[in-house]
Design a protein around this ligand. Structure first.
Ligand code: NAD
Length: 302
């Protein structure tokens, strides 16, 4: 049994922390939202009166927060709050599983080390269903020694754990993967709308492309038209799924990484613009494959 503090008991963090409890770990949790605390208590998480008390006497601290600013503020403290790093015992291992920018992850890592702690970035993919089922994919940036320590803990919450390298490289892997995903989902949607205009049935295009060089996850799992893949969100008016707001956020992080490195990633930047507009419109809560409706609506009359 390991003593674990878990901060951020939202859509993802709540079920992740509950799985740690089920596996026999002692989990002390905190979240400013009363509803998240009630659900956490019901799942057997010991609820702390505040974040800093939660970390005072644990071996591992896991954060699952909305953004990089939340993580850095929680680590360092704001407005008289001493922060998590100053409140934990020396040598505590801090794991941040939030999706944040690579440079923010490296800053959080450095702050933890400067305070005498250990640190890892371990963002996830797999969504709320993966969090509930304990089948998340973790992408980990950590030293070899810290990876050995955290792997058994992540195994409880995940189905696939990949050590991507040192500080920030878990976030780097996540941002690169999601840039591929955003671009390919737009490409598949454009191909279906083009096929419609040319008189090609959805099923015929699917049957050809899914067995040819157009094959990809955005087609064979997240097919943006109803019919060919019964479980894709398109069959249920694009709900639930991976929300357009989250894709827009992740492509914003990709754009920050593109700016940081100077890479000529024109499609990544364009996908960022397309999903920003989608999320600003009515796509924020819809699965990101709903971008096909925007493409259809914006296509000129033939
Ligand atoms: P969420 O908004 O449901 O949960 C975040 C929680 O953090 C909230 O309950 C909030 O009250 C809490 N919080 C904020 N500041 C805090 C603090 N200082 N201390 C403790 N708790 C605090 O968001 P989510 O969907 O659970 O996502 C969490 C992270 O996981 C995000 O970075 C997101 O990008 C990433 N992510 C989400 C999904 C998904 O499908 N929802 C998938 C992969 C990754």
């Amino acid at each position: 049994m390991t003593n674990i503090a878990f901060l951020g008991l939202g859509h993802m963090g709540g079920p992740m922390a509950a799985n740690l409890v089920k596996a026999g770990h002692r989990v002390i949790g905190f979240d400013p939202m009363p509803a998240a605390l009630d659900a956490g208590r019901a799942a057997g998480i010991e609820i702390s009166p505040d974040a800093v008390s939660a970390v005072a006497d644990v071996d591992i601290v896991i954060t699952m927060l909305p953004s990089g600013a939340h993580v850095i503020d929680a680590y360092s403290g704001v407005a008289g709050d001493p922060g998590l790093l100053a409140s934990a015992k020396p040598g505590t291992l801090f794991i941040d599983s939030s999706t944040i920018a690579v440079d923010e992850a490296r800053k959080a890592h450095d702050l933890a080390l400067e305070s005498g702690h250990r640190a890892a970035d371990a963002p996830v993919s797999g969504g709320v269903v993966g969090a509930e089922k304990g089948t998340l994919a973790f992408m980990v940036g950590a030293s070899d020694e810290d990876f050995q320590t955290i792997q058994p803990i992540l195994d409880v919450m995940g189905g696939r754990i990949v050590h991507c390298g040192g500080s920030g490289l878990g976030q780097a892997a996540k941002v690169c993967n999601n840039m591929i995903l955003g671009i390919t989902q737009i490409a598949v949607a454009e191909a279906f709308v083009l096929g419609e205009r040319l008189g090609l049935s959805h099923q015929a295009l699917f049957d050809v492309a899914s067995n040819a060089s157009g094959q990809c996850w955005a087609l064979t799992t997240n097919c943006p038209v109803p019919g060919p893949v019964a479980t894709s969100p398109a069959n249920n008016d694009y709900e639930p799924g991976f929300a357009g707001a989250l894709m827009s956020k992740d492509l914003g992080l990709a754009e920050s990484a593109i700016d940081l490195t100077g890479v000529d990633a024109q499609l990544g930047r364009h996908a960022r613009e397309i999903y920003r507009a989608f999320a600003d419109g009515d796509g924020a809560r819809k699965d990101f494959s709903g971008i096909i409706n925007t493409i259809r609506a914006q296509s000129a009359d033939a």
